[in-house]
Design a protein around this ligand. Structure first.
Ligand code: ADP
Ligand code: MG
Length: 255
């Protein structure tokens, strides 16, 4: 049951903060069902790119399209509703259990209004039960089944990052945006997360846009790479192509 996954395209996107060009006419296309990595040194514009895609920042120029939809001027909740789910560079989880956090992810899909929920109508109770079952499935898929009813505050860092990823998956996205998913992780957590990302693509068939500092991870799991430096796209191609690109080597060596 692969969802209908459209192409995601940024075209000549420009974002400026008080005169600083955070993104300077940046464009790239994420082909359906692929892992597209956006890499570059600190301050290159990677998170800004994510914030434009998810509607947190607005492009001064250029456009963002998901299939037939123009996302350029849509607010974040509308973009999420069209199937773009994201995680943040720094963990943003609420208190409570893993299940509580995942049910928040399901919330975007809930059709029942507040009154119907408050009255606990049978239809609503059934809907809630289905959401909980699906949340548990997703938790198990990301090896969080054993901690489903555990408070997130008690989990190690690597697991909390995976809870965020699971919560985004609970929105049943067509495109998943991951901002530095292995930042701050130890080697074992990195390996587990890389495996989880690869299996999301393989089993769910959705597109993944991955902002990452860890070149090793990108080289292992990305299908395509866009390299940013000082807000400009300096290279794009397969991992093998960008790795030997002189401009990329210069940017990473700071030469
Ligand atoms: P990266 O994620 O690649 O490290 P960012 O996209 O976070 O880079 O930042 C790109 C540039 O834009 C940096 O110079 C950063 O200081 C600046 N920037 C990002 N967000 C803001 C903001 N909200 N206000 C002002 N400057 C910002
Ligand atoms: Mg960043």
């Amino acid at each position: 049951t692969a969802p209908d996954v459209p192409e995601l395209t940024l075209r000549a996107v420009t974002v400026r903060f008080a005169g600083l060009l955070a993104l300077d006419a940046v464009g790239f296309t994420v082909a359906p069902g692929t892992i597209h990595a956006v890499i570059g040194p600190n301050g290159a514009g990677k998170s800004t790119c994510f914030n434009v895609l998810s509607g947190v920042y607005r492009a001064e120029r250029g456009s963002v399209r998901l299939g037939a939809h123009d996302l350029t001027r849509l607010p974040p909740h509308r973009i999420a509703g069209l199937g773009l789910a994201r995680t943040f560079q720094n963990i943003v989880l609420t208190r409570g259990t893993v299940a509580d956090n995942l049910m928040l992810g399901r919330h975007v899909l809930t059709r029942s209004g507040f009154a119907a929920t408050a009255l606990r109508l049978p239809r609503v109770v059934r809907e809630q039960r289905r959401h909980r079952e699906r949340a548990r499935e997703i938790a198990e898929f990301l090896h969080l089944g054993a901690v489903f009813d555990t408070s997130v505050a008690l989990l190690p860092y690597g697991m909390r990052k995976r809870v965020e990823m699971a919560r985004a998956l609970c929105m049943e996205p067509r495109v998943l945006l991951l901002d530095e998913p292995v930042a701050g992780m130890n080697a074992e957590e990195r390996a587990e997360t890389a495996e989880a990302i690869a299996s999301i693509r393989a089993s769910l068939g959705i597109s993944i846009v991955l902002v990452e500092h860890d070149m090793g991870l990108v080289m292992r799991i990305a299908d395509a790479v866009t390299v940013l430096d000082f807000g400009r796209r300096i290279a794009s191609g397969t991992p093998a192509e960008v790795r030997r690109d002189p401009a990329v080597i210069r940017a990473y060596l700071g030469a």
